[in-house]
Design a protein around this ligand. Structure first.
Ligand code: C2E
Ligand code: CA
Ligand code: CA
Ligand code: CA
Length: 278
């Protein structure tokens, strides 16, 4: 038993070291990702189901690692957050997304907003509003075409979050509550804070065709949004059956693979702006 235990431990410790080493390597590589131009942004269309019009686009960052290929944000965003690189990375994404949307607007594309994800640290960054203003001025994108996606966990202290959100919304920026329903915070903030949109988390959509509880939760979120006069969008729609349930429940705004995966900018143009011939 002792021998097995020891081997077990050695095996575990070896795995752990490898994992740690891999992480340190990624961390070092990530430092060079911006200067080396390895980051890029994919855009996922948000669709109004009744007429299949594109009503918005979410910016989703990607990392083209020189040897490991494309790395997903689920892997490197947490590293960026732990190491403080998230500020630089977040600024880069925000600028790139605003620049792209302004370019689409200027080319005669639909006047729709770009949604950009904000990390908790960015949300609490001092002078967040000033630095966002700078990027909007620099890129020329009007504030009403920027929508920031934040999460419920940032609403834990309503005094702090109301100050930040009031500044952002007074300037004309829109606020969307991402992954809605997965946080553990009280719902009372919804009536206190300037939030424009609820984004129903994918986890409630996944099994919605078989799971009546998920269906009830989604239907309740949609009604609540309507009562509170907020916009509502569902994410992670992959099938016609899921879409039908949402439409039956009066949720017209949809984001998910059923309509489109996140795409590089030129493919968004091909697929959705084709009639405009940009
Ligand atoms: P999120 O904000 O919840 O973004 C939605 C994620 O769901 C994206 O994954 C998207 O590709 C994926 N998705 C969209 N439709 C479907 C669908 O129909 N089915 C399934 N299975 N998945 C779908 P992605 O791009 O890998 O991003 C993962 C997470 O990384 C994001 O979750 C967001 O939290 C974070 N992230 C991405 N870009 C940024 C960024 O620029 N800044 C920050 N702070 N976080 C980011
Ligand atoms: Ca998001
Ligand atoms: Ca989400
Ligand atoms: Ca998520």
């Amino acid at each position: 038993v002792k021998k097995n235990g020891k081997n077990g431990f050695q095996f575990y410790s070896h795995e752990l070291n490898e994992h740690l080493q891999e992480k340190i390597e990624l961390e070092n590589d990530l430092r060079k990702a911006i200067p080396n131009d390895e980051l890029f942004v994919y855009y996922q269309p948000q669709i109004r189901a009744e007429d299949s019009q594109m009503i918005g686009v979410e910016a989703l960052v990607r990392w083209g690692h020189p040897t490991k290929g494309t790395i997903s944000p689920g892997v490197f965003i947490p590293i960026a957050e732990e190491t403080g690189m998230i500020y630089e990375l977040g600024t880069w994404v925000l600028r790139e997304a605003c620049r792209q949307m302004k370019q689409w607007h200027d080319a005669g594309g639909p006047l729709i907003p770009i949604s950009v994800n904000l990390s908790t640290q960015q949300f609490h960054q001092t002078h967040l509003i000033d630095y966002i203003k700078d990027i909007l001025e620099e890129t020329g994108l009007e504030p009403q075409y920027l929508e920031l996606e934040i999460t419920e966990s940032m609403m834990m202290d309503p005094t702090i979050s109301s100050h930040i959100l009031n500044e952002l919304t007074a300037y004309g920026i829109r606020i969307s509550l991402d992954d809605f329903g997965t946080g553990y915070s009280s719902l009372s903030y919804l009536k206190l804070l300037p939030i424009h949109k609820l984004k129903i988390d994918r986890s409630f959509i996944r099994d919605i065709t078989e799971n009546d509880n998920d269906k009830a939760i989604v239907s309740t979120i949609i009604s609540m949004a309507q009562y509170l006069k907020m916009d509502v969008i569902a994410e992670g729609i992959e099938t016609k059956e899921q879409l039908d349930i949402l439409m039956d429940n009066d949720c017209q705004k949809i984001q998910g693979y059923y309509f489109s995966r996140p795409l590089p900018a030129d493919e968004v143009e091909d697929v959705f702006f084709a009639p405009l011939r940009l």
